[in-house]
Structure formats: structure tokens, C-alpha cells
Write a protein that binds this ligand. Structure first.
Ligand SMILES: Cc1cc2nc3c(=O)[nH]c(=O)nc-3n(C[C@H](O)[C@H](O)[C@H](O)COP(=O)(O)OP(=O)(O)OC[C@H]3O[C@@H](n4cnc5c(N)ncnc54)[C@H](O)[C@@H]3O)c2cc1C
Length: 417
């Protein structure tokens, strides 16, 4: 079958890989000049099954209220005259019950575990190198109340098969000696030995090359502007390539346009509840290799994730629900630098930090759309929010099964026609 994959982020590129492996003729359409130049470019780097607490949970509404108007709050809702934003917000509130939060957490752990296994076998099969580190993820806490609140989701994750153990501050420092200088501030930690980290951009670009070698066609610098429809099916994708308008046709289509998926899907009458959540990352050269962390870390109080990418430190976090702008608020960047340099002053050349923002394609439940749509020949693989790197390989492998008419080997709420 001929398949057009729309979007060459980590999700579209992994989709193209698994679909090609299943024997399809695959073409990827991407407006940028390479794969992974938008949200998959400089994310936090974590492959974190243990980061499965959904944003929507019983404590979220009060926290959001407290953070309203604070420019350096970790999660910020900036109300706009935008029905998509308000609709998303209302659905988010409905996901905040403890029953929904538990269900969503279970789903995220299930998809995360499956996906991490798919990533590990792909890495081995293709000898991929993307500054991966397989030393687990250590969540550390500097606020007793935050540590207390983490106990329930950590025990739920363990019940669902994610081995996230609760440890004390001394064990945390033994696992990651770069935290020794901050020992006095640590109140506790959790550790998930099976989690890992790596550079999502390097991975995606390396996989795109392998996919191209295996026969996948990549049409870069090609903007998707709309669709042609016939009897309820997609009959073609209208694009502008080098200034020229034309239509690309295939038997089936996979929508993987990240935060832009709902804008294009709307033209087909599909309402996807995906809203961009702008996040920040900083990338800093390592200054003192022995003082710089090697284990991937999560700083729960500040909602920051830290990954060691070779001789670089990547720290990412914060979320702003404020439309599609990617503008950079220096106060937020400085808040990240302040926090990390305060904890590990000698780890990085903090004055050389490079700043980046990206738009997480976020759903109210944090669960992505994977599977069939109402249109017979349109498949969805999008809306991965805060965990698209963690979930990419599993989502793509499952999607290839669904396209082949097979039931994927995991219990997940796939979308149906
Ligand atoms: C600050 C930050 C930190 C993060 N940290 C982590 C982490 O530690 N671990 C984790 O698992 N996840 C993390 N994420 C989330 C993860 O990066 C995303 O979920 C993931 O990158 C989404 O991938 P995607 O392929 O869906 O979207 P994208 O990477 O945005 O890909 C979509 C592609 O579609 C293309 N496109 C869009 N519109 C059009 C059009 N009209 N025509 C042609 N092409 C188009 C874009 O150019 C883009 O290349 C983080 C995100 C952010 C912002």
C-alpha cells in the first residue's frame, strides 16, 4: 500500500520506519528542510515511563490558580479569546478526578513500557547512536509536600509495572554524586532504573537516514495546506513545494503534525483536542565532567527534567498554554539557569546556555491519538504532549499493526473509526 506520512517529527519519522518495515511504500511530507526541526528538536531527552502522572489530576486546578499571573510558574494558563483554548481547558478539568487520573496514568505507563522496549530493540538492531544514557531516571525532591504528593502516583506506577522505587536522599546522592552539593536540600527521591535518556533530534535524524536508505521518500520543504476529499475518504493532500501548488495522493494517510494536527484535521471535519503547550529548554556545555550529572534527573518542585547528552547538559520544562507563539521569555530561561546552577554550580558553562522553545501537542488527558479516524483511509498518530519522545517508537509500532489490521500487543485506548 502507498502511505503518506504527514510530518517528520519523532512521531512521523518512527511511523514511517515501522510502516516501511511492514512492506508499505512510504512518503513523508515535511515543511522543514530536515526531520525533527520543530518540537522534536531540543526537548528534555527523557525516555521516562516514570513521568506518567498526568497534568490533569486532583491537585492541578488549585495549583493552576495559584500559578496564574506568576511569570516563572512551571505551568501557566494564559487566558485568550480562543474557543479552542477554552474548550481544551474545560476538557482538562473533567480529567482532573482521581478516577480519570488513575486511568490515564495506567494508560501512560502501559504505552511507555511498550515504547521503551521498542526503542531499545530498534537501537540495537540499527546500532543507533544518539547520546543515549541508560542509567535510569532519578526524581529528586526539595519540598517535603511535593515528595509526599509523589507517593501515591509512584505506588500506582509500581502496581502498573513501572519499577519506580522510593529512596532516601543519601541513596540519591550515591546514585548521582553530582547532587552531593545539594544534599542538605534533598528531602527524598524516587528512582526508576529502567528509564533512560538521549537526544530526540539526533535519534530522529539518524532514523530518517536509515528509513531513506530502506526506501522511504522524504519530501522536505513541502508545506501541507489542505486536503481533497472523495466520498468521505482523503483523496489527496494539497501542498506547496518550492512555491508550486500540487496534490500528493496515496492509498492511506497518517496525520503526525504535532501541535498543528488539529488545524489541518479541522478541514476534514475532525475535532482533535490538541492544544500547544509551549516549553523551554536550555543546552549548556559541560564544564567539569565529574561534577556534571550523568543520570537523567527530574526536579519535581520546579518541574524540570535534566539529561546528559554527551558533552552537553539539557534542562527542560515549564508549560505555557498561550496559543502558537514560540517567543522566548528570558525570565523563564533565567529561572531555569538559576535553579540548575544553584544546585550544581560547577557542572556547566552556565553563561553559554542556548535557549529554545517548542510546542508540545497536548491533549487534556495526556493520552495521544493513535489509530483509525472517522475517515477510512486516514490514521492518527499525534497529540503526544509531554511524552512524545518516550512514546514515539511504541505508538509507531502499534500504528503499523493497526494499519495492517492487527491488534497491537498492548492494552491501550486506541482511536477507532
Ligand atoms: C520543552 C520540552 C521538553 C520535552 N521533554 C520531553 C522529554 O523529556 N521526554 C519526552 O518523551 N518528550 C518530551 N517532550 C515532548 C516531545 O518533544 C514531543 O511530544 C514530540 O517532540 C512531539 O513529536 P511530533 O512528531 O508529534 O511533533 P513535531 O516534532 O512537532 O513534528 C511535527 C512535524 O510536522 C511538521 N508540520 C507541521 N505542520 C506542517 C504543515 N502544514 N506542512 C508540513 N509539515 C508540517 C513540523 O514541521 C514538524 O516537523 C518535550 C517537549 C518540550 C517542548
Amino acid at each position: 500500500m502507498q502511505i503518506l506520512v504527514l510530518g517528520a517529527g519523532v512521531v512521523g519519522t518512527t511511523s514511517a520506519w515501522y510502516l516501511r518495515q511492514a512492506g508499505h511504500e512510504v512518503t513523508v511530507v515535511e515543511r522543514q528542510s530536515r526531520a525533527a526541526l520543530e518540537t522534536s528538536f531540543a526537548n528534555g531527552g527523557q525516555i521516562s515511563v516514570s513521568h506518567a502522572t498526568p497534568w490533569a489530576n486532583p491537585s492541578a486546578p488549585l495549583k493552576l490558580m495559584a500559578w496564574l499571573g506568576k511569570p516563572d510558574a512551571p505551568l501557566r494558563f494564559r487566558p485568550r479569546l480562543d474557543p479552542a483554548q477554552w474548550g481544551w481547558g474545560a476538557r482538562f478539568l473533567r480529567e482532573c478526578t482521581s478516577r480519570r487520573a488513575r486511568y490515564n496514568l495506567h494508560q501512560l505507563v502501559t504505552l511507555g513500557t511498550y515504547s521503551r522496549e521498542r526503542l531499545q530493540s530498534l537501537r540495537e538492531d540499527l546500532a543507533l547512536d544518539y547520546d543515549q544514557v541508560t542509567r535510569g531516571i532519578l526524581h529528586f525532591y526539595t519540598d517535603p509536600a511535593e515528595f509526599e504528593r509523589a507517593q501515591l502516583p509512584a505506588s500506582q506506577m509500581r502496581a502498573f509495572g513501572c519499577a519506580r522505587e522510593v529512596i532516601d536522599a543519601d541513596r540519591a546522592v550515591a546514585l548521582e554524586p553530582a547532587l552531593a552539593g545539594a544534599r542538605g536540600r534533598l528531602v527524598g527521591a524516587t528512582y526508576t532504573a529502567d528509564d533512560e535518556s538521549g537526544d530526540a533530534r539526533k535519534f530522529t535524524q539518524a532514523l530518517a537516514q536509515k528509513a531513506a536508505d530502506a526506501g522511504v521518500r522524504f519530501l522536505y520543504d513541502t508545506e501541507i495546506v489542505g486536503f481533497e476529499q472523495r466520498r468521505g475518504d482523503v483523496a489527496g493532500v494539497r501542498v506547496i513545494e518550492n512555491g508550486v501548488h500540487h496534490t500528493l495522493r496515496a492509498d492511506s494517510y497518517v496525520l503526525s503534525l504535532g501541535s498543528f494536527s488539529p488545524l489541518l484535521a479541522r478541514q476534514l471535519g475532525l475535532k482533535l483536542s490538541i492544544y500547544p503547550a509551549k516549553g523551554y529548554s536550555i543546552t549548556v556545555p559541560v564544564r567539569s565532567p565529574e561534577r556534571a550529572y550523568k543520570v537523567s534527573l527530574t526536579d519535581d518542585q520546579y518541574k524540570l527534567v535534566y539529561s546528559r547528552l554527551g558533552d552537553r547538559l539539557r534542562i527542560a520544562g515549564t508549560a505555557e498554554l498561550n496559543g502558537y507563539g514560540r517567543d522566548l521569555d528570558l525570565r523563564r530561561c533565567q529561572a531555569i539557569v538559576r535553579r540548575v546552577s544553584d544546585l550544581m554550580p560547577e557542572a556547566g558553562h552556565w553563561d553559554q546556555a542556548r535557549f529554545w522553545t517548542g510546542l508540545r501537542p497536548t491533549t487534556p488527558s495526556n493520552l495521544p491519538y493513535i489509530g483509525r479516524s472517522r475517515l477510512r483511509n486516514l490514521f492518527l498518530n499525534t497529540g503526544h504532549g509531554t511524552l512524545g519522545w518516550t512514546h514515539a517508537c511504541g505508538s509507531a509500532a502499534a500504528l503499523a499493526d493497526i494499519v495492517a489490521g492487527r491488534q497491537p500487543d498492548l492494552d491501550f485506548a486506541f482511536t477507532a473509526a
